[in-house]
Write a protein that binds this ligand. Structure first.
Ligand SMILES: Cc1cc2nc3c(=O)[nH]c(=O)nc-3n(C[C@H](O)[C@H](O)[C@H](O)COP(=O)(O)O)c2cc1C
Length: 191
């Protein structure tokens, strides 16, 4: 048995075409996200998909410099939640976990549709919320660039290399064990 094709194929690629993605497809991606599990079926994910050119330009202004490549993307989906919208147990706010699961389902669906999807934390959150009309006390967790694959020539050298290079991952024995916690799972202490 192999890893599911779309999971294996997904990479945070940066080469986008400016060609638009039809709204029907973008709705289907949100529909896939909406199939994620959530505690008590709270469904705390909200997705605002920006395709209107004026809105898109304003939202792209909020991106950090390193995310220059996302300026070509024809759609950006904002993933929003609020700790109050789902289960809270001691210091565990499940809304964020559930939003993450929804975001992964969204990406898997996008890959299966031949699209490129790339989550971004690098943006000015206050400005982005202002553009999108999202209330201050809600959490705009990520922006997801969505589009069709494009030309890698538009990327800087570092990004061109990472686009074509192998996936970077810790060895599996550093992230999983059977039966009990193992010391090898602890990340090295940063000095
Ligand atoms: C929450 C989150 C935020 C991220 N923010 C950015 C970002 O602002 N800019 C960027 O270029 N990549 C961003 N990434 C992409 C990661 O760098 C990428 O997923 C990671 O290097 C692993 O590469 P892979 O997804 O191709 O396997 C983000 C990913 C996640 C999950």
């Amino acid at each position: 048995m192999a890893i599911v094709r779309e999971i294996e194929k997904r990479r945070a690629y940066r080469a986008y075409s400016t060609e638009t993605v039809d709204k029907e497809t973008l709705v289907r991606l949100a529909e896939a996200a909406h199939m994620a599990p959530s505690s008590a079926n709270n469904q705390p994910w909200r997705i605002v998909t920006v395709v209107d050119q004026k809105q898109l330009d304003r939202l792209k202004e909020t991106l950090s410099g390193g995310n220059y490549w996302a300026k070509k993307a024809p759609a950006i989906a904002a993933f929003v939640t609020d700790a109050r919208w789902s289960m809270r147990l001691a210091n565990r706010d499940y809304a964020f976990f559930e939003l993450g699961m929804a975001a992964m389902a969204y990406q898997v669906q996008a890959v299966s549709e031949g699209l490129v999807v790339h989550p971004m934390a690098g943006f000015n959150v206050d400005e982005a919320k202002n553009v999108l009309g999202i209330a201050e006390d809600m959490t705009l967790e990520i922006l997801m660039a969505v589009g069709k694959p494009g030309d890698i020539e538009a990327l800087n050298e570092k990004h061109r290399e990472s686009e074509q290079g192998p996936r970077q991952r810790k060895p599996l024995d550093q992230i999983m064990s059977f039966d009990v916690w193992h010391e090898r799972l602890a990340p090295p202490v940063k000095s």
